[in-house]
Design a protein around this ligand. Structure first.
Ligand SMILES: Nc1ncnc2c1ncn2[C@@H]1O[C@H](COP(=O)(O)OP(=O)(O)OP(=O)(O)O)[C@@H](O)[C@H]1O
Ligand SMILES: [Mg+2]
Length: 598
């Protein structure tokens, strides 16, 4: 299938000039190299333009009527060879010198974009497919390298050559030669651009239909079973063929229009050359020009058209590339939702007190997820949050990390508003075992150490032991170097959770959040881990989100959430005495576990 890059027309309304200006700093870093590359470019062009000049001299000498007087003009032949050699030498020097500039620009831009993507909010990323973002990143950074390429390898050299040829023609010959040459070039350029613009439509259509046909074929094969269930093989092939019929038409038109373009270009050159030849021939007859001059003007003109042969392609690619570049710079202009406040200080003196003051929050629009949430957790205390699925428990945990801005109220750690401190210091202060643990596609060691790069081996093993996973890891053939697979899929749910627990223990933040951290474990392992955790947690403030109420009866405080509101609050005993939702949930779970035991 074709990359989607070629399937749709680049959109207009871009800020190409602004974008081009924005590449400039990347080139400026290597201004020395750029200068050398440009110098090589000019030298190679001088050499190439010099070739027909020497050629002319050679012809004129060989053409002298009195053949006996002349020796072979050996120095001219040597010069001729030397010019050819320098032409290609400086060409290569330019490529070699410039490649560092190009790739460094790409590297720096890629880094910048990835950094920026990490700065953008969770909301931004949840709304986009990661695959698409990465494709944009790749195309965007490629576009910068390509633009530089086109500039240095096509556009600027072609201009340089035009200028040199103009000097020679104007300097040595009558003005009409320059006029004919450059009018031919102008007509050629205008013709090429117009026809290319018109043709692009067929190309897009063809590519679009090609993707569509592929999509249909893939879809019908993915649904192989369904197709058979409904006896629809013929229907599927017909659908595919309808698209292919249109594709065939567009493809033929695209090829035909290509012929029109090529022929038109050829015709323009032919007409221009004919005029040049007529005038030059007349000049020779009149004795104003030599045979060498005739060859020279002819060659110069032909040489000018060599780079122009790619004009159509370059024009088309340039359009796409500018569109890609616009995309990447627009991405860079995307404002991060969460920004450090201008006078933001690092969170300091963290004892672990958490305070919510009338917090309201909605992910989008009017659908409020949390309403007027207020509570305080003292340092070292354990707070449990319970409630039905979707009541907003994980959302509350996310707000503690400031992944989203709240709509009202304040969240404070030790009397410091989290919107006023730097995000880094805030996130350093909290550790979380999230509801769904996703691991990096690396080794177990890498995943645990991630919490504290450079941790000692002892620290890692201690954390793994506390999380009750050390023995399991040791029993694996590769031990701590076992690869966990994409997103950690080679491990069971419970194993992943325990790795996540080990990693949060290693981080050693003063505040710990466990969002259903033991939900995938059997009661036996859960009990062991909870014991380990409670010893870790003694010096930490912990916030536990749990479905199994038996795990949180010892909490200092329990919040019961219902549709984003705190409806009950207190210790286990107090809540039982209230006989409300908590007491109901407790009774229900007692009954279930009683049934299990029967
Ligand atoms: N990124 C999001 N954008 C919009 N709505 C969201 C987003 N994440 C969660 N929600 C919604 O917010 C509500 C609360 O979700 P949350 O994950 O906090 O529930 P929960 O109490 O943790 O549930 P569970 O016990 O099932 O984990 C849900 O109705 C959910 O659909
Ligand atoms: Mg949740």
């Amino acid at each position: 299938m074709l990359p989607s890059k070629y399937t749709s027309a680049p959109k207009g309304g871009r800020k190409d000039i602004r974008n081009l200006k924005r590449i400039f700093p990347y080139i400026w870093e290597y201004r020395g190299r750029v200068l050398i590359a440009l110098l090589s470019l000019v030298l190679s062009k001088v050499a190439i333009v010099g070739i027909p000049l020497v050629f002319k001299e050679i012809i004129d000498i060989l053409d002298q009527s009195d053949k006996s007087v002349i020796a072979i003009p050996i120095s001219l032949f040597l010069l001729y060879g030397f010019l050819r050699l320098s032409g290609s030498l400086f060409n290569e020097v330019r490529d070699a010198v410039f490649s560092r500039v190009r790739y460094r620009a790409m590297r720096r831009l890629s880094n910048k974009v990835l950094t920026h993507l990490h700065n953008l909010s969770l909301r931004y990323h949840l709304e986009r497919r990661t695959g698409n973002v990465i494709r944009d990143l790749e195309r965007g950074t490629n576009s910068v390298s390509q633009i530089l390429n086109y500039m240095v390898f096509n556009i600027v050299p072609t201009f340089a050559e035009f200028i040199l040829v103009a000097f020679i023609l104007l300097g040595q010959y009558e003005a009409k030669f320059a006029i004919i040459t450059f009018s031919t070039v102008a007509i050629y350029v205008v013709f090429t651009l117009l026809v290319t613009e018109w043709r692009m439509h067929y190309r897009h259509k063809m590519n679009e239909l090609d993707s569509k046909a592929n999509g249909q074929a893939v879809d019908s094969l993915i649904n192989y079973e369904t197709v058979k269930y409904f006896n629809n093989e013929i229907f599927e092939v017909k659908r595919y063929d309808t698209t292919l019929t249109d594709w065939e038409d567009s493809a033929v038109k695209s090829t035909t229009s290509m012929s029109i373009l090529n022929f038109g270009q050829g015709a323009i050159i032919a007409v221009g050359l004919t005029f040049i030849m007529i005038y030059a021939g007349q000049g020779v007859i009149d004795g104003k020009m030599t045979l060498g001059d005739l060859v020279l003007v002819n060659t110069m003109m032909l040489q000018l058209f060599i780079p122009l042969g790619f004009l159509g392609i370059i024009y088309r690619m340039l359009k796409y590339t500018l569109a890609d570049m616009d995309m990447v710079f627009n991405l860079l202009d995307e404002k991060p939702e969460i920004i450090n406040s201008t006078n933001g200080k690092a969170l300091h003196h963290i004892n672990g007190e958490i305070q919510f003051e009338h917090v309201d929050f909605s992910y989008q629009g009017d659908r409020k997820i949390l309403h007027d949430i207020s509570f305080t957790v003292k340092p070292g205390q354990k707070l449990a949050i319970v409630g039905h699925s979707g009541s907003g428990k994980s959302t509350l945990a996310r707000l503690l990390f400031r992944f989203y801005e709240i709509n009202g109220g304040r969240i404070l750690y030790d009397d410091q508003d989290i919107s006023q401190v730097t995000q880094e210091s805030l996130r350093q202060a909290i550790g979380i075992v999230p509801q769904d643990t996703v691991l990096f596609n690396e080794t177990i060691l890498y995943n645990i150490e991630y919490a504290k790069p450079g941790a000692t081996h002892e620290e890692i093993i201690r954390a793994a032991k506390l999380a009750n996973i050390h023995e399991f890891i040791n029993a694996l053939p590769d031990g701590y170097n076992t690869a966990v697979g994409e997103r950690g899929l080679k491990l069971s749910g419970g194993e992943k959770q325990r790795i996540a627990i080990a990693r949060v223990i290693l981080k050693g933040s003063p505040i710990l959040i466990f969002d259903e951290a033991t939900s995938s474990l059997d009661s036996q392992s859960e009990k062991m881990i909870l014991e380990a955790l409670s010893s870790v947690a003694q010096t930490h403030t912990t916030l536990v989100i749990a479905h199994r109420l038996s795990t949180i009866t010892d909490s200092d405080q329990i919040l019961v959430l219902e549709q984003g509101r705190i409806i009950e609050q207190g210790t286990h005993q107090i809540l039982l005495a209230k006989n409300g939702l908590y007491a109901d949930m407790w009774a229900l779970q007692l009954q279930e576990s009683g049934n299990e035991k029967d």
